[in-house]
Write a protein that binds this ligand. Structure first.
Ligand SMILES: [Zn+2]
Length: 271
């Protein structure tokens, strides 16, 4: 499949369960298909579990519906298909991806795949954030796959994921706040390599991206953020939107002026 995959790492401490036990080692590779899968079908979502506990699946279905509403309110309609495999190895097979270490969920072009051990380590809010984050990738990827900068795709997914969570900015962006209070501001927006698994400052990089999107929505409006991503109605009515990632065209600012405004915002919000 040529569509870029995405994943949300279990990064920020605030998303995880306090004092959660480390997950036990993965069960042996389970590559068999899913005989007897449990399927929960809502009006607008489908949750499919492989030997998953019924209560856990019902809980995931409720989160799928909440995530669907969040994505629909900001971006547009999406019908979640969420798979809950028995093992992390099963998740990797479904995602066609390599190691799922440290991840709670992954997205492909049309579905969200839960990574059982990472998901189990998340708090209730963390689960909602991660499911909405990945579902945002599914919704936006269907039309925009790979056509916006990584900071915008990851930041927008977290923007939707954290919307309505009631969480304080300094709590969500605790790692970045620590750097800003110590007098260090990022030079510029993170590039694609900064989001690579295992990259240094991965938590801070996600937080930078999230706050760039939050800054845009706060200063220019949420619709401007959606337009920057290439979503929303196009000016002429029908036809594909054409502004994916073009800061100058959508916000009327040079990239340098935008970066300066974002750095000021980081200082104000986190300093
Ligand atoms: Zn992501």
């Amino acid at each position: 499949m040529s569509v870029p995959r995405s994943r949300r790492a279990v990064l920020a401490g605030m998303l995880t369960l306090a004092g959660a036990a480390q997950a036990a080692g993965d069960a042996p590779l389970a590559r068999e298909p899913w005989p007897g899968a449990k399927v929960l079908r809502g009006e607008r979502y489908v949750v499919i579990g492989h030997r998953a506990h019924s209560g856990l699946l019902a809980d995931l279905a409720a989160r799928a519906e909440r995530a669907r509403r969040k994505v629909a309110a900001i971006w547009g309609p999406v019908r979640p298909v969420i798979l809950f495999p028995e093992t992390d190895a099963g998740a990797e097979v479904l995602a066609g991806a390599g190691a799922s270490d440290g991840l709670a969920a992954m997205a492909t072009a049309d579905r969200v795949i839960v990574v059982p051990s990472g998901y189990a380590r998340l708090s209730r809010i963390g689960r909602d954030v991660v499911v909405a984050h990945e579902l945002t990738h599914v919704a936006t990827g269907a039309t925009r796959g790979g056509r916006v900068p990584t900071w915008l795709s990851e930041g927008f997914a977290d923007y939707v994921g954290y919307s309505g969570s009631g969480l304080d900015v300094r709590t969500v962006a605790a790692e970045l706040a620590g750097e800003v209070r110590a007098g260090t501001l990022p030079d510029g927006l993170p590039g694609p390599a900064d989001f690579a698994p295992g990259a240094a400052r991965l938590p801070q990089v996600y937080e930078e991206a999230w706050l760039a999107c939050r800054y845009i929505a706060g200063r220019f409006g949420e619709r401007a953020l959606v337009r920057l991503y290439g979503g929303g109605p196009s000016p002429g009515g029908s036809g594909p939107p054409s502004h994916g990632g073009d800061i100058e065209a959508v916000l009327g600012l040079s990239p340098a002026a935008f970066a300066a405004g974002w750095r000021d915002y980081l200082r104000r919000e986190l300093g």
